[in-house]
Write a protein that binds this ligand. Sequence first.
Ligand SMILES: [Mg+2]
Length: 131
Amino acid sequence: MINELAQQIHKNNKEKGFYDNEKNVGEMLALVHSEVSEALEADRNDKYCELDSEHWIVDGKTLREDLNIEDDVQFQAVFKMSCKDTFEDELADVMIRVMDLAAYKGIDLETHIKAKFRYNKSREHKHGKKY
Ligand SMILES: [Mg+2]
């Protein structure tokens, strides 16, 4: 599921022209970091998404219930009002950039996440660290 989504994200980024020029892994990682910083600022400004808010009901469904709103212009308008630049949106940007990078590098991110999670589960309390 993670790898499939990563492939879709990577394909879309190529179609949108983000791979028209040669990519630089350092730049790609810096852009992941920029999204982490944007998430920090969103939290500092208490800017959170209202995904389930009654205000964002379209065709009888909340945004969470229907991410497949047919009309792009309508979806963009609702998204910009409800989620754009919020903490959740920036976390999504972090994941999108990480998944795109993994797909670009041909990394089986799903297996690596599972392997690392399994390894972390086997480690001592706080992994033997102070925090
Ligand atoms: Mg962002």
